[in-house]
Design a protein around this ligand. Structure first.
Ligand code: GLC
Length: 436
């Protein structure tokens, strides 16, 4: 038996976050019209005057945030994080500091206020993603990930940057974050994206905490909303972020930084893009979706699952189907996720464990034939049931596993669960163990 990792305390209010475990990421911007990845401006090195066509045609006439919020709640999500501004620089709210915003598109209205209201009404907490990177602002110095970089020689980049003053951009960034924290009520989570302080091969610098003014920014945030959680992409020292955000991979153990466990959340996509991507076809299967959530919680983390709405303002049918996979499974298995964390017990093969006090949850990524032998649990279990239908699972306790081939391997203290031959008709079956 191992002890459950305990991250050091953080400044923001972390309890709701650790309890809730599952949120919705939303990547929405004018890149939804291009419909070929939110980095399209960079990937195709699209100049401002060409990229502007998306702004000029941005008109999500079917946008109904109450529908989005309902789908998120029904999927079992407890908070949401919206890209108020992505790298393209387009602002979804009516910022006083730019013209490049939703209110100046054909749609003509602020998108954030009704979204915040709708999600709050469904009981979800509000999180704002804000891109530190800005490919529209004239004072954002060109660097290796800027769309114009590919069209210039290093000398041309240096020359162009003499007319760009990062201090002006920094002030803009701070002013916008102040707006986000003063106009929309309680914000529970701020997700900044992202820092890349190293220079490129030609000595053209990337960007990090000096450019963003990260320390002053965090001080301002804490003074405006002391409880808000801040993620780890501001390029600050390790004890500063509340939440660490590994992206697009599944950690095999509890995430550690500097040798210590941290609070963490992994963000993931349904297919291979964050922004709406019409032709991207690598949509994850129901098994992969549920296993991702379970695996994350079994290592003490949160899952932030992304939807990229279309330029009409709808969730693609493929995204809706994926959300239903979560909703159907969580309706029956929610208590193996919310309030749960990594277990103190070792994982049986082919399973993940989550635990909430004296309830231990065995999640089956593979359904064995007739029996599961769990080492180290004999004498610890009062009662066992399949979670989805509360049907009893009978068990035996052994000093040694009952089948000779296993005897040597397992040693003493074995709990043998008697399983139905047919795998229960749920994506990932869960057995709930009531511990003594
Ligand atoms: C990356 C990408 C970005 C996405 C983000 C989500 O940093 O730049 O497009 O918004 O990951 O975490």
């Amino acid at each position: 038996m191992a002890s459950i990792p305990q991250p050091a305390p953080v400044r923001g209010a972390i309890d709701w976050f650790v309890h809730d475990r599952f949120g919705m990421f939303i990547h929405w911007g004018t890149y939804a019209l291009a419909a070929r990845h939110e980095w399209v401006k960079n990937r195709e090195a699209i100049p401002d005057e060409v990229y502007r066509q998306y702004f000029e045609r941005f008109d999500p006439d079917l946008y109904e945030p109450r529908e989005w919020a309902r789908m998120a709640r029904e999927a079992g999500m407890k908070y949401f994080v919206i890209t108020t501004k992505h790298h393209e620089g387009f602002c979804l709210w009516d910022s006083a500091h730019t013209d490049y915003k939703a209110t100046n598109t054909p749609y003509g209205r602020d998108l954030i206020q009704p979204m915040v209201e709708a999600f709050r009404a469904e009981g979800l907490k509000v999180g704002f993603y804000y891109s530190l990177i800005d490919w529209h602002h004239p004072h954002f110095p060109i660097d290796r990930i800027h769309p114009m970089y590919k069209r210039m020689t290093p000398d041309q980049v240096r020359e162009a940057n003499t007319a760009r003053d990062v201090a002006i951009y920094r002030e803009y960034l701070h002013n916008q974050v102040r707006e986000l924290l003063t106009r929309f009520g309680d914000v529970s989570y701020l997700f900044f994206d992202f820092s890349y302080p190293d220079a490129d091969a030609h000595g053209i610098p990337g960007k990090g905490c000096q450019d963003w003014g990260s320390e002053e920014l965090v001080a301002m945030i804490r003074s405006l909303q002391p409880d808000v959680l801040i993620n780890d992409r501001l390029n600050l020292p390790l004890d500063q972020p509340d939440v660490h955000t590994p992206e697009q991979f599944q950690p095999r153990t509890w995430v550690e930084k500097g040798g210590r466990p941290v609070f963490w959340e992994t963000c993931q996509t349904f297919s291979g893009s964050w922004g709406y991507h019409r032709d991207e076809a690598t949509w994850k299967s129901p098994g992969q979706l549920i296993e991702m959530l379970v695996n994350t919680v079994s290592r003490g983390g949160n899952l932030l699952m992304n939807v990229g709405p279309t330029a009409r303002g709808t969730f693609d049918p493929r995204a809706q189907a994926a959300l239903r996979v979560y909703g159907d499974w969580l309706r029956l298995h929610g208590r193996a996720v919310y309030g749960c964390t990594q277990s103190e017990f070792p994982e049986p093969e082919g399973c993940r464990l989550t635990q909430n006090g004296d309830r231990l949850y065995l999640h089956f990524f593979h359904w064995p034939f007739r029996h599961l032998h769990v080492d180290g649990l004999a004498g610890r279990v009062r009662y066992a049931q399949l979670l989805h239908d509360a049907s009893e699972i009978r068990f035996k306790e052994h000093q040694q596993a009952p089948h000779s081939a296993l005897e040597e391997k397992l040693g003493g203290n074995v709990l043998t669960l008697e399983l139905p031959v047919v795998k229960p008709d749920v994506v990932v079956p869960v057995i709930e163990l009531f511990l003594k």
